[in-house]
Design a protein around this ligand. Structure first.
Ligand SMILES: Cc1cc2nc3c(=O)[nH]c(=O)nc-3n(C[C@H](O)[C@H](O)[C@H](O)COP(=O)(O)O)c2cc1C
Length: 189
C-alpha cells in the first residue's frame, strides 16, 4: 500500500508542504510512493461531539481514516503555531480517531509508522510542535519515527537560491526517508 502524506497548512507556498515534498521525492527515488491528502478534499467542520451526533462522521473524515488505515505509513508536515500543532491538523486528526458510529476508534493509527516533518522561519524549525505531535501520535497508538525532518530558517533554506543548501536538504531527506521506509517494512501484516 502506498504511504499517505498530510500537510497541516493550506498556504500555497507552505514551507511544510515543501518539506513533505522533499521526503516524497526521496521516497520515490527509493521506489516508494506517497499520496498527498489534499486539503481541498478535507473540508472538515471543527470537531465537536454535538456536530458528530447531529451530522455523523463527515465523508472526508471517513475517507481520511480509510486512507490512513490502508497506508503503510503516514507522513505529516506540521507547522508550528505558538509552539503547538495548528488547529487544522489537530482537527483532521481528531476526526480521524472517530468511527461512523460516533465512537473512538484508533484502529487507523494502530502501530502506524509516522514520520514528522516541520519547517518554520525560526531557528528551531518547529521542533516544539513536532514534539507535541509525536506525543499525540504515540497517545493514539501510532509508531513515531524517532528522527524528525526539521527545516529551520525556512526563508533562507527552503526559500533561498543556495544550491548547496538545497543539496544538503535533499541529502538529509534521503537519509530520513530511507530509515523511515525500513521502519514501515518492519511492521507486521
Ligand atoms: C498563529 C501562528 C503562530 C505561530 N507560532 C510560531 C511558533 O511558535 N514558532 C515558529 O517557529 N513559528 C511560528 N509561526 C510562524 C509559522 O512557522 C510560519 O507562518 C510558517 O510559514 C507556517 O507554516 P507553512 O509555511 O507550512 O504554512 C506562527 C504562525 C502563526 C500563523
Amino acid at each position: 500500500m502506498p504511504l499517505i502524506s498530510l500537510v497541516g497548512s493550506q498556504r500555497p507556498d507552505s514551507f511544510n508542504a515543501s518539506a513533505v515534498t522533499l521526503i516524497e521525492r526521496a521516497l520515490k527515488s527509493l521506489g516508494a510512493a506517497a499520496e498527498r491528502a489534499e486539503w481541498a478534499n478535507l473540508a472538515l467542520p471543527l470537531y465537536s461531539q454535538v456536530i458528530e451526533l447531529e451530522q455523523g462522521l463527515p465523508e472526508a473524515a471517513g475517507d481520511l481514516r480509510s486512507r490512513i488505515k490502508a497506508a503503510d505509513g503516514l507522513i505529516i508536515g506540521c507547522p508550528e503555531y505558538n509552539g503547538f500543532m495548528p488547529p487544522l491538523l489537530l482537527n483532521a486528526l481528531t476526526w480521524a480517531t472517530r468511527n461512523p458510529q460516533g465512537h473512538p476508534d484508533l484502529s487507523p493509527f494502530r502501530l502506524k509508522p509516522c514520520l514528522i516533518c516541520a519547517s518554520s522561519p525560526g531557528s528551531l524549525g518547529g521542533i516544539r510542535a513536532a514534539g507535541h505531535l509525536a506525543t499525540y501520535l504515540l497517545g493514539i497508538g501510532a509508531s513515531v519515527y524517532p528522527d524528525f525532518f526539521l527545516i529551520p530558517n525556512a526563508f533562507t533554506t527552503l526559500g533561498g537560491n543556495d544550491e548547496s543548501e538545497q543539496r544538503k536538504l535533499s541529502g538529509r531527506a534521503e537519509v530520513i526517508a530511507s530509515g523511515f521506509l525500513a521502519q514501515t517494512r518492519l511492521q507486521p501484516g
